[in-house]
Design a protein around this ligand. Structure first.
Ligand SMILES: Cc1ncc(COP(=O)(O)O)c(C=O)c1O
Length: 334
């Protein structure tokens, strides 16, 4: 029979590269604004690539076995990807969520059968946060200790240091973009959570084009999830390039990572672009995707970038942000 998919894993990757032509015309953009639409992945985000690759690598390395529980700390999308592939491969999954995750993400994780916990449920974390000794390393050690204390085998998959995370982008996302542009990418723009996406892509592109510009995007200090009262935060992103930001609080892949520029984006600017692009081009973006595309528009507006190909990685779509005020409903029809 024709073309029938029997496993959601067959749907990971090969996402479209989309040119925002209507937006370009409206604003007389002189560069090409290209977005890698990662919400076409089967559980709806870029993190499907890393989730699947990490599970496969752990199976290959003999450290994940049938009946095991996978454990992860996640801002949501990695958990959702792991939940989908754990379901299809028969694993149990426990996720520790960072604060401020949207309600939809939590409901989706539950629907796939994952067990949800707060990072504050990890023994020792509330105390470390209260007394200022919390570091990324501390958090990873605390989750590992939690896993070791369980009566059955709990495997901490740890996207923060798992090399299969950036490798997923080196081996799939990068080659797809290369193929779709015939290798003609001048500037790559991406947000970062674990930095798996941006470090894997930077390695791929720098090996092929020494002139490529790698632009990292982070939420402006007022728009960061967790530590901000701002109702317009940018979910799924972590601080990237703040001078003086201690290495101990950064995602390990970022430390020592060579990027050309880091752009701070305010939540309100990302949301406004998300709302506009839905109307100009019919593409419904999530918060970090809108932030990445907003940064790409800033880069595109520079005279030196006229005629260049700018690729922004658009991590997910707007569906998981409907409980936030990114896409408000001014009047509910009864
Ligand atoms: C919405 C969203 N955008 C961007 C990212 C960043 O991806 P990475 O972890 O590869 O840096 C994530 C990761 O969790 C995410 O959930």
């Amino acid at each position: 029979m024709g073309n029938i998919i029997t496993n959601i894993e067959q749907l990971v990757g090969r996402t479209p590269l989309f040119e925002f032509e209507n937006y370009e015309k409206k604003h007389d953009v002189k560069a090409k604004l290209l977005g890698k639409l990662e919400y076409f992945n089967p559980s709806g985000s870029v993190k499907d690539r890393a989730a699947l690759n990490m599970i496969k690598a752990a199976e290959r390395d003999g450290i994940l076995h049938p009946g095991d529980t996978i454990v992860e700390n996640t801002s949501g999308n990695t958990g959702i990807g792991l939940a989908a592939f754990s379901a299809s491969r028969g694993y149990k999954l426990t996720v520790f969520l960072e604060p401020g995750q949207s309600e939809e993400r939590q409901k989706i994780l539950r629907a796939y059968g994952a067990e949800l916990k707060s990072m504050l449920d990890v023994p020792g974390v509330p105390e470390a946060l209260a007394n200022g000794t919390f570091t990324t390393q501390f958090y990873q050690d605390a989750i590992q200790a939690y896993c070791d204390a369980q009566p059955t085998h709990h495997f901490f998959i740890n996207q923060l240091i798992n090399e299969a995370n950036p490798r997923a982008h080196y081996e799939t996302t990068g080659p797809e973009i290369w193929e779709d542009t015939d290798g003609k990418v001048d500037i790559l723009v991406a947000t970062s959570g674990t930095a798996g996406t941006i470090t894997g892509l930077a390695k791929f592109f720098r090996e092929r084009n020494k002139d490529i510009k790698i632009v990292a995007v982070q939420a402006d200090v007022t728009s960061r999830p967790g530590g901000s009262e701002n109702p317009q935060t940018i979910d799924g992103t972590a601080p990237f390039g703040d001078p003086g930001f201690p290495d101990g609080l950064k995602a390990p892949f970022i430390v020592g990572f060579d990027y050309d520029e880091c752009i701070d984006v305010k939540g309100e600017d990302a949301y406004a672009l998300g709302r506009e692009i839905t109307k100009t081009d019919g593409v419904f973006l999530g918060q970090s995707a809108a932030a990445a595309l907003y940064a790409a528009t800033l880069v595109a507006a520079r005279p030196e970038n006229e005629g260049k190909n700018i690729v922004a990685i658009l991590a997910d779509n707007g569906m998981k942000y409907l409980s936030t005020n990114m896409y408000p409903l001014d009047k509910k029809v009864q």
